[in-house]
Structures are given as C-alpha cells and as structure tokens.
Design a protein around this ligand. Structure first.
Ligand SMILES: Cc1cc2nc3c(=O)[nH]c(=O)nc-3n(C[C@H](O)[C@H](O)[C@H](O)COP(=O)(O)OP(=O)(O)OC[C@H]3O[C@@H](n4cnc5c(N)ncnc54)[C@H](O)[C@@H]3O)c2cc1C
Length: 390
C-alpha cells in the first residue's frame, strides 16, 4: 500500500519516471471495466485518518474508495470490567467524521487501477529483488522474473518492501525488533445492533481490542492476544469464537451473531536504524512497523510519503539530483519527530494497558474519566488521531 501510494504521488510530477517492483503478481484489470468488488467477510481493513482520506481525495481516488468505506463518527475507549471510559464525538470536534475504515482488498484494487493509468509509471509485478548495487551516480536493482534476470537503474531506490524488508538487508541497514509476545487476531463480525459508525477501543485482560464499523453493518475486529493462545480461537467453531469474543469484549456493541475466518499476525515493533543512505530511502513498514492498537501505522507511512514526494518533486523541478544524500537526510530529519511520537504513543498504549497491577488499573481508569472531562485534551487527541497534528 505504501509503495503504490508513493508511486501515485510522484507520478503527478511531469518528467519523473517511476518503476514499481512487486514480488506478487497483481490481478489483471480491464482499463474501462468496473473494478471486480467481491463483498467479503474475510477482508482485512485499515482505519484511514482524515489526513489520509484527503490525500486520496486530492489524488482523485476517494470517490471510488468510499464506495466500500465507512466513516467513524464516535470513538469509545474503555477497559473491560472497570469504570473508566472515554468518548470522542465527531460533532463535538466540529468534523463530520474522524476517519474512514476501508477494506484493504478494495483499496488495493483502486490504487492498482490508478497506477495502471499513469503514463509515467511502469509496473513490474511477479518480480523478486536479488541484489542492490549503489554507485555514485545511480543505484541498480538486480531482479528476477521466473528464469529471466534483469537489472534496473535509477537515481533513487525507495524500499517499501515491508517489515522484513529484503532491500533493507541488502542495503546493510540494521533494524531493532522488539517482540510484543502478542498476536493480532483479525476477523470480520456482525452484531444484532447497527454499528452506528462507532469505533471501540477496548482494553481487555488478554490485550487491547479494536472493533471498527464496516459497510453493510459488518465490523472489523483486531484482538490482541498473548502469543500462543490464538490457535484455539482460530480452530474452534464460529459459535464458540463468538461466545469467547462476547465474553472478552462485553455487550457494548450488542450481541455478536456472525463471524468470518480468523487470521493471526505476530506483533513486534521494528525500527530501521537509519531510513536513508546515498541513493536509497527506506519507507513504510520497512522503516517502522508498529503495534496496530491505535490504527496509526499506515497513516504515519502516508505522511512520510507526502514529505518525501514534496522534496523529490521540488528537486526534480530544479533540475537537481533526486538521489543526493543531503536531500534524503533532510527528509529523514523532517519526519523523525512525528515517527518517534507515533511509535512511542502506540508502544506505551500497549504496555500501559497490558499491565494488570491493581494500582495501575485504577490509575488508568481515573485517567480515562479525567480525560473524558477535559475538552482540550480530547480535542488534542482527536486531532492527533485524525492525522491533523503531531
Ligand atoms: C492487524 C493489523 C491492522 C492494522 N490496521 C491499521 C489501521 O487500521 N490503520 C493504519 O494506519 N495502519 C494499520 N495497520 C498497519 C498497516 O497495515 C501497515 O502500516 C501497512 O500495511 C504498511 O504497508 P507497506 O506497504 O509498508 O508494507 P507491506 O504491506 O508489508 O507491503 C510490502 C510489499 O513489498 C512486497 N515485497 C516484499 N519483498 C519483496 C521483494 N523482495 N521484491 C519485491 N517486492 C517485495 C510485498 O509483496 C508487499 O506487497 C495494521 C496492521 C496490522 C498487522
């Protein structure tokens, strides 16, 4: 999602030629046919902040994206079995929504079609990267498609190849990884009550849980569990899973009546030791992979994409070298505070709410009640979650 979004942002700059390399094979898309949407109970979803939505609007993609997205009008934060509760309401913050939840599969199709329509973007899918050579005037990527090997050269390589980034390794950049000893169990459910555009962030004994509104009255569940406890919840019958979910979440959202398959993702905080080198930038999850508890990972990456695009476009317009190290360092320096704030906010949220020491439980519940009574603090957090302030 990050690599494609960056390519689309850069493609607006006339004269820049972009090649997107992806190891999986993309589905074929007819240029003028409707996108093949399959309503799914199994889809993974992403909560997009207002800032992210407005970027896709500027790219002319939001009309298509919103066909299968749902707005968030309220955010309820609470701790299961305790009195603390806080509520953020869009109306009270003078916005019509805090953001939108979209199915990744649909968003991917919209992005992909847009990419195929850009005359200055070449898409090379089904291709694996095998080597990188950095030289003074350019960088070369050695690639393989089936039995065919070939090399691409450019003034700049952007590595947006995920948390286990092969590019990062080939560039010789270390990353620190701190395992949370948790997994995110992800699924889609339905309740007997309408979702009313409410997003729940619920801190349970097993770990934080997000229940987000989706189109057609479905809800996305991201349930953090101690690593090793997820398999029985994946293998059990749907009825058994629904009963366990209800017991963990409580009744705030109504009765859970339907569930899809469950998938588990191991969770770790991964941070690259540097994000820039001569002729290379490390971006997206390859640069920083966060706990999904606050739904901020992709939104943060998108702000990185905007900052990088601005610098590359300006340098290109001036006729300069877009792979020059000082330009790339300037990008990294400009982004480091926001990245650090979001990373440590998500990390502290997980650790603070995964600790059941009685004094701490009381403290955070008092904290939530106090927070609920402080309009200025709520406004600050709401602006932060919407991606409008750092
Ligand atoms: C359960 C869960 C829920 C989340 N929810 C939210 C949310 O609500 N809001 C939010 O903002 N963020 C959320 N996130 C975070 C978000 O998913 C990530 O920030 C985002 O996926 C990062 O995208 P990326 O493109 O950097 O990496 P990836 O999605 O990992 O993409 C990397 C790409 O590189 C390709 N690739 C890998 N190796 C090679 C190679 N050698 N050659 C060529 N291509 C290669 C891969 O095939 C892949 O397509 C969530 C994450 C999880 C786990």
């Amino acid at each position: 999602m990050v690599g494609v979004t960056l390519a689309l942002l850069l493609a607006r700059e006339p004269g820049l030629a972009i090649t997107l390399v992806e190891s999986i094979s993309f589905p074929p898309l007819e240029p003028d046919a409707p996108l093949p949407y399959r309503p799914s109970f199994d889809a993974r979803n992403t909560a997009l902040s207002r800032r992210t939505v407005s970027t896709y609007r500027e790219l002319g993609l939001w009309d298509d994206m919103q066909l299968h997205a749902t707005s968030i009008h309220e955010i309820h934060v609470s701790e299961r079995g305790h009195f603390g509760m806080s509520r953020l309401v869009a109306d009270e913050e003078n916005v019509e929504s805090f953001g939108q939840v979209i199915e990744n599969a649909w968003m991917g199709l919209v992005l992909l079609r847009a990419l195929r329509q850009c005359s200055n973007v070449t898409v090379r899918d089904g291709v694996t990267l095998t080597g990188i050579r950095v030289q003074e005037s350019h960088v070369s990527a050695e690639l393989k498609k089936g039995d065919e090997s070939f090399t691409l050269s450019a003034p700049l390589l952007v590595a947006a190849d995920g948390a286990n980034s092969p590019c990062r390794e080939l560039l010789g950049v270390n990353a620190t990884t701190t395992a949370y000893d948790q997994v995110a169990l992800v699924t889609t459910v339905a309740t007997h009550l309408p979702h009313d555009h409410i997003a729940y962030e619920r801190f349970t004994e097993s770990g934080p849980m997000a229940v987000l509104p989706l189109p057609e009255n479905r809800r996305a569940v991201v349930w953090t569990l101690p690593a090793g406890t997820e398999q029985p919840l994946i293998d059990c019958s749907d009825d058994e899973f629904l009963a366990q979910l209800q017991a963990a979440f409580g009744k705030r959202a109504g009765r859970f009546v339907k569930t899809a398959k469950r998938f588990a993702y191991p969770l770790a905080l991964t941070v690259a030791q540097t994000q820039t080198q001569p002729r290379a930038v490390i971006l997206g999850n390859a640069a920083h992979t966060l706990h999904p508890v606050a739904g901020q990972g992709f939104n943060l990456c998108l702000r990185d994409c905007l900052a990088l695009t601005e610098r590359l476009a300006q340098r290109h317009r001036e006729g300069g070298d877009i792979g020059e190290f000082s330009l790339l360092r300037d990008y990294e320096n400009a982004r480091i505070d926001d990245q650090h704030n979001v990373t440590s906010f998500s990390d502290r949220l997980v650790r603070g709410f995964s600790n059941n020491t009685p004094g701490l439980t009381l403290l955070r519940n008092v904290g939530m009640v106090t927070f609920d009574l402080l309009p200025a603090a709520k406004q600050a957090l709401a602006r932060y979650a919407m991606g409008l302030s750092h």
